[in-house]
Ligand binder design. Structure first.
Ligand SMILES: Cc1ncc(COP(=O)(O)O)c(C=O)c1O
Length: 466
């Protein structure tokens, strides 16, 4: 017998690879000075109740709202996922048209199914190196011209650290009487420095979801949903948050959000010195030719409004794949990065990183860069319409009978899941959309280039039975 999970975690603890990934506490005990194991309680009466906060949780949530510039902030112990679902359940009605950026996270697609709304998809722009860019404003207007949209849902920043022009998107949405929901799960740290992109809430978004655990020193699953809007029914949001979060909320998670908020609000110097470190790292990495750091020069292109400088998105312009680079970083340098794609890697830093860790990463990348030969990387052959309404709603897809079909037999059917190459992380076929001959040709080209495609298994896809 083995304690399978525990044994693996103990092995990794022993190996102690430096974490350039989430969660943002980076296992740094200076940013986690309390033994949260001894704080794992139930609602004894003294510690308030997340589902009806009247005391310490209420006070902490109010302090959070003040920090974020929100009217209301709700703590979440089921991650940003529960926040995204609550935002949509709490603000949209069954049958409403909702404009959804097609690069959104799985939790948005799940929320579309749960809420029974009718999505209209809008595809973001794509960079020269096949990364997902921002939302084009002309396309946004086109969507509003054709549909009576009640809410717009976008992801900003993206996984690669690119933000959209939130202010303009919010203005357009409000002019058409719609609300703007922003999945800002990867940008919770923006509020702590004016050297980082503006927060979505400060730019006019109505509802914003932040996964504090991703980029701040808080435990996994710690997240916050905030509202600043006269168009949102707060009681309904509160009920939705309650519906999507466990009735046994973890006090260690709640305490970790509270602690991170208090620490970073009081000690502003922590973020100043962290960003100094980030700037020094970027200044060195910018000289690499093969492992090419995506830098601020990309702003303004492909509707990318701003970039998160704390996130190191690095293109791998070599024979080697991103996964090969990730393996070398782990095996040779004991550095664990967040993600590796065919032609890029992502390393996530946070205020809890130590100087030694970041310097080790910079040295590893610069050393490796010198050994690699540069190769031209072709843009992936990807096509997706700008704005489109799918044939079925995600809810109709969910409740349908399904079958697996080989790709060529699936033409004309509606797939039961999104079919998405990563990169760019934008679906070729969004949920509810019919699979066409052009999609098939596109997928064949992508497969020819060894691009990983989510939603295809052994050349088969799950489709709605007709
Ligand atoms: C863009 C985006 N939104 C939402 C989520 C869900 O957040 P969480 O993991 O906190 O549930 C993720 C998770 O990776 C994400 O990448």
């Amino acid at each position: 017998m083995s304690a399978f999970i525990l044994d693996k975690l103990l092995e990794l603890q022993e190996k102690n690879a430096y974490p350039l990934h989430m969660p943002g506490h980076k296992r740094n005990l200076n940013f986690m000075p309390y033994d949260f194991r001894t704080m794992d309680l139930t609602e004894t009466g003294e510690v308030d109740n997340l589902h009806n906060p009247q005391d310490i949780i209420k006070s902490s949530q109010s302090a959070m709202a003040e920090l974020l510039g929100a009217e209301h902030s709700f703590y979440l112990v089921n991650g940003g996922t529960s926040g995204v679902v609550s935002a949509i359940l709490g603000s949209c009605n069954e049958g409403d048209y909702v404009l959804v950026a097609s690069n959104c996270h799985k939790s948005v697609y799940n929320a579309l199914t749960l809420s029974g709304v009718k999505p209209i998809y809008i595809s973001p722009e794509i960079t020269e190196e096949s990364l997902c860019g921002g939302i084009n404003i002309r396309n946004l207007f086109r969507a509003f011209e054709n549909y009576d949209i009640k809410a717009v849902i976008i992801t900003s920043p993206t996984y690669e650290g690119f933000t959209c022009d939130i202010k303009t998107i919010a203005d357009v949405a409000h002019k058409h009487n719609a609300i703007l929901i922003v999945d800002e799960c990867h940008g919770s740290h923006f509020v702590f420095s004016d050297k980082l992109p503006h927060t979505a809430l400060s730019q006019g978004a109505d509802i914003v979801v932040n996964s504090w655990h991703k980029t701040l020193p808080a435990l996994n699953q710690a997240a916050v949903l905030s509202v600043k809007s006269d168009k949102v029914d707060i009681q309904r949001i509160k009920d939705s948050v309650s519906m999507t979060n466990t009735t046994s909320p973890s006090y260690p998670i709640l305490a970790s959000i509270d602690y991170a908020r208090e620490l970073l609000t009081t000690d502003k110097h922590l973020f100043t010195s962290y960003l100094e470190l980030v700037r020094e790292a970027r200044a060195e990495l910018v000289h690499c030719k093969v492992l090419k750091l995506v830098n601020e020069s990309i702003k303004g292109e492909h509707d990318i409004y701003d970039i998160d400088i704390t996130r190191f998105t690095i293109m791998v312009r070599s024979e080697m794949s991103g996964s090969d680079v990730a393996k070398i970083l782990l095996d040779k340098y004991n550095l664990q990065i967040e993600m590796a794609g065919p032609h890029h890697i992502i390393a996530i830093t946070s205020v809890a990183d130590d100087e030694k860790g970041i310097k080790k990463f910079v040295k590893a990348i610069t050393d490796l860069d010198k050994k690699l030969e540069r190769k031209f990387i072709e843009k992936i052959p990807f096509t997706s319409p700008n704005v489109f309404e799918p044939e079925m709603t995600p809810r109709q897809v969910f409740y349908s009978q399904k079958e697996y079909l080989p790709l060529d037999k699936a033409v004309g059917k509606v797939p039961a899941s999104i079919i998405m190459p990563y990169p760019p992380g934008i679906p070729v076929v969004s949920l509810g959309q019919k699979f066409t001959k052009e999609n098939l040709e596109n997928i064949r080209l992508l497969q020819h280039q060894d691009v990983n495609i989510i939603g295809i298994e052994d050349n088969k896809i799950l489709v709605v039975k007709s």
